[in-house]
Design a protein around this ligand. Structure first.
Ligand code: ADP
Ligand code: MG
Length: 629
């Protein structure tokens, strides 16, 4: 016969587990207790607002106090307090959340009250750092005050307490191993990390305030001072306000509040604000990007109801935006689950795509409002945008409206505008439109000059991931092909314009090709003799676009590209058979002299590409001295 039953979990067994493993980080006990104090304060404010409580509230605050002698840490609030009955219910029953009960009971009106708690476990985190915990509390309902004491075993005592005003004081007797939490600086650090933007003022000690000098005071008289409460938090941070109530300067000053060690101003901000189908507020800032993607200590901070949770937003914010700064506040993000689970969560996916959309919309409107200013910022923001185009298809589609393609002359084109600039004849042998680009204005100068001479637009694409982006553009846009100015394709394209009459016969070309190949004796170079205009350079080095781009993608970590191993460098040595120098090299009868001229000419071409290094460079320099002697 089947039997039904209920597994009996004894509190004695669970209690040590909670103490040890509930939170990996001991320091979060303070966050939990300040959250409870905040909840108690907000609940009372709510009850007063709806007329269920009739007490004089005054300026409610939360106070944190250290008593070094008694080795205690105190968290004192002026919230709704608890009667004996309520202590029995909320404290003595582990995992019964008064916060959840409150939200359930007042669900029509308290939805936006900012109540933090919900698992009914936060309070017990106190035992991670305290050998004994006391609660001294008095309900706003004016029932007798209660004094609860517990030493971490499940046994507690409860007795009448001595407290006049409503509210709660939590007293932690800090255990021997955790005396760091009796250090003022440590507590300050924690309050600053977790509670900096919590909604109720938090007092920690006092500070000296300088007052106005009284009327008629002398120059040398010191200004009077006064001891005032030291409030460590800003209860209404910018992200909780309406964008219409904020000026640009407010956003900037909030940025400094968030990152006091950041001296550079942000480029622009995006205010996030949704309440359906999930709740989310926040402000994201675009900082000036450095090329070094790894250096990042000021990160986006995640809050829940103004309580700091983490600065690891992986899985919540799309990866390309983790380079931004700012805050996100959402009570709807489940944090008690692993990150990989989080990424699969439907609500979190929606949050992530909402953020992507908002960022795209903001970029579009910045572009439309002031194109010039946007162009000026392009260099500082392009990495984020290019990375976004690569990693998020939705963002890629929207980017047509603001992603810019700069030219070597400092013009900026949208994709559509760029295509209009391209000559109809500018196609490769497969009929694809060729987009010419350079990655370095200095080293590719001669190639850029040659292309511009023929009226081609040359883009300047120099960010580290741009080769991946070109690949993506080629595969998603209509028949385009990116070709770097020094690639063999580009060379063909430029040559195509005017067919040259060759001064060398095909046979002669072949001889010259052989001679040069033997002289340079380098398998990394393929020698090719061409008939170009006589004023074009005698020797030019080009690299197949495909090869070079594969290598670049490998260097910046192309997914799947890793398996290729390290690819060798492969170059073309283009020899202009119509150039006078090449002509005289060809006609030189003295074989030693001929070899010397070839070496010198090829080395010059390598030098202009930065390809001449080490021993070869030394040889070249010595040979050159010999020539001018
Ligand atoms: P949660 O905050 O998730 O509800 P906690 O374990 O942190 O769970 O707290 C349990 C309950 O104890 C709270 O819901 C609340 O009812 C009560 N409580 C804790 N701290 C206070 C306080 N400072 N003032 C009033 N009630 C409190
Ligand atoms: Mg709590």
């Amino acid at each position: 016969m089947a039997q039904e039953g209920k597994i009996n979990v004894a509190v004695e067994n669970i209690f040590p587990l909670i103490k040890k493993f509930l939170y990996s980080d001991h320091e979060i006990f303070l966050r939990e207790l300040v959250s409870n104090a905040t909840d108690a304060t907000l609940k009372l404010q709510h009850l007063v607002r709806i007329g269920e409580a009739t007490v004089e509230l005054g300026d409610q605050q939360i106070e944190i106090k250290i008593d070094k002698e008694a080795k205690t840490l105190h968290i004192i609030d002026q919230g709704l307090g608890m009667s004996e009955e309520e202590v029995q219910k909320y404290i003595n029953e582990v995992a019964f959340s008064g916060a959840e009960e409150f939200l359930e009971k007042y669900k029509d009106t308290a939805k936006d009250s900012g109540i933090i708690g919900h698992f009914g476990l936060g309070f017990y985190s106190a035992f991670m750092v305290a050998s004994q915990v006391e609660i001294l509390t008095k309900s706003y309902k004016d029932t007798p005050a209660v004094h609860w004491t517990c030493d971490g075993s499940p046994n507690y005592t409860i007795e009448p307490g001595n407290k006049e005003n409503f509210g709660t004081e939590i007293i932690l007797h800090i255990s021997e191993e955790d005396t760091e939490f009796l250090d003022e600086n440590r507590i300050k650090e924690l309050l600053n990390k977790y509670n900096k933007f919590m909604p109720v003022p938090i007092k920690f000690g006092t500070r000296t305030k300088t007052l106005e000098k009284p009327e008629g005071a002398k120059e040398e008289d010191p200004a009077p001072t006064q001891e005032v409460d030291n409030i460590i938090n800003n209860p209404s941070p910018a992200w909780t306000k309406q964008p219409t109530d904020l000026e640009d300067a407010d956003y900037k000053s909030f940025y400094r509040e968030l990152y006091p060690m950041q001296f550079e101003e942000p480029l622009f901000h995006i205010h996030l604000n949704v309440d359906y189908p999930f709740n989310l507020t926040g402000i994201l800032y675009f900082p000036k990007m450095t090329q070094d993607l790894n250096v990042q200590k000021d990160r986006i901070q995640l809050y829940q109801n103004q309580v700091y949770v983490t600065d690891n937003v992986e899985g919540i914010v799309p990866e390309f935006l983790t380079m931004l700064r700012g805050v996100i506040d959402s009570p709807d993000i489940p944090l008690n689950v692993s990150r990989s689970y989080l990424q699969a969560d439907g609500a979190v996916k929606k949050i992530s795509s909402y953020i992507t959309r908002k960022v795209a919309d903001k970029l579009k409107s910045l572009f439309n409002e002031d194109r010039k200013a946007f162009e000026e910022k392009w260099n500082d923001i392009k990495i984020v945008i290019e990375y976004g185009m690569l990693s998020e298809d939705k963002f890629f589609d929207k980017a047509d409206k603001f992603a810019l393609y700069p030219t070597v002359d400092g013009s900026y084109f949208l994709w559509e505008e760029l295509l209009e600039k391209i000559k109809p004849t500018q196609t490769d042998k497969d009929g694809r439109t060729v987009v010419l680009y350079a990655s370095n204005k200095e080293t590719q100068h001669s190639y850029i000059a040659a292309a511009k001479n023929k009226d081609y637009e040359v883009l300047l694409l120099d960010s580290p991931i741009v080769s991946h982006l070109m690949q993506k553009l080629e595969s998603s846009k209509e028949k385009v092909s990116f070709v770097r100015v020094d690639a063999e394709h580009a060379d063909n394209l430029i040559k195509k314009e005017e067919e040259q009459i060759s001064k060398l016969t095909d046979e002669e070309k072949e001889t010259l090709q052989k001679t040069i190949t033997e002289t340079i004796a380098d398998s990394g170079y393929t020698v090719q003799v061409e008939a170009m205009s006589s004023d074009a350079a005698p020797f030019m080095i080009t690299q197949p676009e495909f090869m070079r781009r594969m290598k670049e993608m490998q260097a910046t970590g192309g997914g799947g590209m890793m398996g290729f191993g390290t690819m060798p460098d492969m170059y073309n040595l283009v020899v202009n058979g119509n150039n006078d120098l090449v002509q005289s090299i060809f006609n030189e009868k003295d074989k030693t002299k001929q070899a010397g001229l070839i070496q010198q000419g090829v080395d010059l071409a390598k030098l202009s590409q930065g390809l001449l290094k080490g021993e070869k460079l030394t040889e070249f320099v010595n040979r050159s001295y010999g020539l001018i002697k």
